[in-house]
Ligand binder design. Structure first.
Ligand code: GLU
Length: 426
């Protein structure tokens, strides 16, 4: 049985492909040359399963998406108090390059837009670090998050530096108020090189899954950040990650996220997964048009809104797999949401089932949400295609609508043979 998740991602991409509004960023000449039709998506679970669809091998520069991760690194190296003495943690509701500092103490308030982000970058590798050492420290760290050696796009960096008056004026202003110690040109150079780190949409999903996983890279297993740092970073992303559209984003999509002007967009579901999309056309707020639409669909259709109340499953979703004669009974438990269904289908994909019939047993399941039900039914349908007889044990009728994708019904088999012993007593 092949897991249906890449297929779902593909379906989401097809639903947003028709959106051809917006325009590629043109204030960096190299970005203006980007192919506007690229479209890719990826999802990585905190258990290290990576799925992707569309243009998932295409590299693009991280740009602002680097900001939350460098913020996390600064928190890791200095702690919250010290970082907060220089940069606040408020959503400013302003554009990425706003000349914005706190009126009283001249600190930048928002670490997710340029003034705050440049200040944060200047902390990395010690305030006395040279540009090259700081950039290399950042590149190595981002590479560990991605689980592969990332490189820098010097052409894009040079192209941006030729038009960096705005960022230079920000850096001069920060230096004027003693917020940064470095020369303004060096600060902008470092920050621009950081923004020019190249990634694919798969890298972004893995990097964000590391935050969602409390700092342990879910594929390499390396512990990179403390759980507290990940919590703080995701909290800031949730209120300030989407430029001037941050409030509406949290209400509508409900996924802590960060976008960048090259068209990347990533989000984290704490404890569950990281997701990312790539499509270079941007709306007037600077967010990827198709990326925003894809995230809305992912949030709705996969039930990923952070404020939804049925997110966690808490217990392993497969309690046991029992073989009775020619039947394999997969006993499920807890809440069947996206994460639970993903985990079940992933395990079943690998499991060598020798029985003729497979039954999913819902007797110990508490609730099933829409995406959980759809995915489990699709998993069963694929098992039937692979030659198994399929069915559910569903005494509480949690799967009321048993119609599968192809219009056929999942058979319900609540015969006593397959029910859990003693269940009748309750
Ligand atoms: N390098 C870009 C800048 O600072 C990043 C902007 C972005 O992605 O928001 O202008």
């Amino acid at each position: 049985m092949q897991t249906p998740i890449p297929f779902y991602l593909d379906e989401i991409l097809e639903k947003v492909r028709y959106q051809d509004g917006g325009a590629v960023a043109d204030y960096i000449p190299q970005l203006a040359a980007a192919n506007p039709s690229y479209l890719g998506a990826a999802l990585c679970t905190t258990t290290g399963h990576l799925y992707s669809a569309g243009d998932d091998e295409e590299e693009f520069t991280m740009q602002s998406i680097s900001k939350p991760f460098i913020y996390a690194l600064a928190l890791q190296e200095y702690g919250l108090e010290e970082v907060r003495s220089l940069v606040g943690m408020e959503p400013s509701g302003e554009a990425f390059n706003e000349l914005s500092l706190n009126r009283d103490d001249h600190r930048p308030v928002n670490p997710m837009i340029n003034a705050g982000a440049m200040t944060v970058t200047q902390l990395i590798n010690g305030v006395d670090s040279g540009v090259d050492e700081r950039v290399e420290h950042i590149r190595k760290y981002l590479s560990r998050l991605a689980g592969r050696d990332l490189t820098i796009d010097y052409q894009t960096c040079d192209s941006e530096l030729e038009h960096a008056e705005r960022n230079l004026s920000l850096a001069h202003m920060l230096r004027n108020y003693d917020i940064i110690q470095d020369d303004a040109h060096d600060a902008v150079m470092t920050y621009t090189l950081q923004c020019s780190t190249k990634v694919t949409v798969k890298d972004l999903a893995v990097i964000s899954a590391t935050l969602a996983n409390g700092g342990t890279q879910p594929i390499t297993g390396e512990k990179i950040l403390d759980a507290d740092v990940c919590r703080l970073t995701q909290a800031v992303m949730s209120s300030a990650g989407m430029y001037d559209g941050a409030g509406r984003w949290m209400a509508e999509v409900g996924i802590p996220a960060k976008s960048g002007v090259s068209g990347g967009l990533l989000g984290t579901l704490p404890g569950q997964l990281g997701i990312a999309t790539f499509s270079p056309r941007l709306n007037t707020e600077g967010n990827s048009v198709r990326g925003v639409e894809a995230f809305k669909l992912l949030s709705q259709e996969m039930g990923l809104h952070l404020m939804a109340t049925d997110q966690r499953y808490g217990v392993a979703p497969i309690r046991e797999v029992e073989i009775i004669d020619d039947t394999a009974i997969v006993r499920l438990q807890g809440v069947m949401n996206f994460s639970a269904a993903e985990s079940i289908l992933y395990r079943l994909e690998d499991y060598e089932i020798t029985a003729e019939q497979v039954l999913l047993d819902f007797s110990q399941v508490t609730t099933v949400n829409r995406i959980g039900r759809t995915m489990l039914k699709e998993g069963l349908r694929r098992m039937r295609e692979a030659g198994f007889k399929i069915g559910v044990i569903d005494p509480d009728e949690l799967i009321k609508d048993r119609t599968m994708r192809d219009g056929t019904q999942v058979r319900r088999d609540d015969t006593e043979d397959f029910m859990i012993e003693g269940e009748e007593l309750w």
